[in-house]
Design a protein around this ligand. Structure first.
Ligand code: ADP
Length: 230
């Protein structure tokens, strides 16, 4: 994650720096008496081109994640939940958060890359721990659930008792670099969605039935087909 984030930051820095300096140049050119419209227009053209380039960097990153070779084997999502919640047990303890797991018995396996699927759950759980940290300790609850769902899908959900996501942001938070955190990068959900889609699944956010947010991930159940994913 941090390597990928560093390389994205590096690739985006150049067009962003060029956008800022061209915008400043355009401001100067337009406030001159008389304003230099032709040069200002050229600077604006450069800004548009650099903006498109920054967009392409992000497109490429998403395409790369979709195409990257996945080591595809049958994955038991219940086992994945146990492993990742074990990894986060001390973080949960330190932050006075109760993490409850509710696993469906005899859940069909899904096909996928264990490391990448772990990464998705790790991102969702880390966000949930962040979200509940602003509640009083006795109200900090995260529930991880698995269940078979309609259409041959297996669903994994992470629900928390945090402040929830405003309805107008439910879609936007999956875009790269959207963050409300002082030190957030805003790439966790974008990468998680790319991983889930590379597995033929879907990842989305809902407002909880009561308080908080629920993130749901639906993945196709394994059907013995050994073709590669993605
Ligand atoms: P980051 O965690 O670096 O901000 P993410 O892509 O993981 O990046 O999340 C993007 C944004 O989505 C967060 O900044 C936050 O505003 C919102 N978000 C994610 N998970 C939750 C959650 N469980 N509850 C409320 N808001 C959330």
């Amino acid at each position: 994650m941090s390597e990928l984030a560093a390389s994205i930051a590096h690739e985006l820095n150049q067009p962003l720096a060029a956008i800022v300096s061209n915008a400043q140049a355009a401001q100067r050119l337009l406030s001159r008496p008389p304003p230099d419209i032709a040069e200002a227009r050229a600077a604006l053209d450069d800004i548009a081109a650099d903006g498109r380039r920054a967009g392409q960097v992000i497109q490429r990153m998403r395409a790369m994640l979709r195409k990257s070779e996945l080591s595809v084997v049958a994955q038991d999502l219940n086992e994945l939940v146990r492993e990742v919640t074990r990894l986060l047990a001390s973080a949960a303890l330190l932050s006075d958060t109760t993490v409850r797991i509710d696993l469906a018995p005899a859940l069909p396996p899904v096909r996928g890359d264990g490391v990448q699927l772990q990464q998705v759950l790790l991102n969702l759980l880390t966000n949930a721990l962040d979200a509940v940290s602003r509640r009083p300790p006795e109200a900090r609850l995260v529930v991880v659930r698995t269940r078979p769902s309609d259409g041959g899908l297996v669903e994994l959900s992470v629900a928390d008792s945090g402040e929830g996501v405003p309805p107008e942001d439910l879609a936007r938070i999956f875009e790269p670099f959207v963050t409300t955190k002082a030190h957030g990068l805003g790439v966790g959900l974008a990468i998680s969605r790319s991983i889930v889609e590379a597995h033929g699944g879907r990842l989305w956010a809902e407002r909880g039935p009561g308080e908080g947010a629920t993130f749901r991930c639906a993945l196709p159940a394994w059907n013995g087909d050994t073709r590669s994913v993605g």
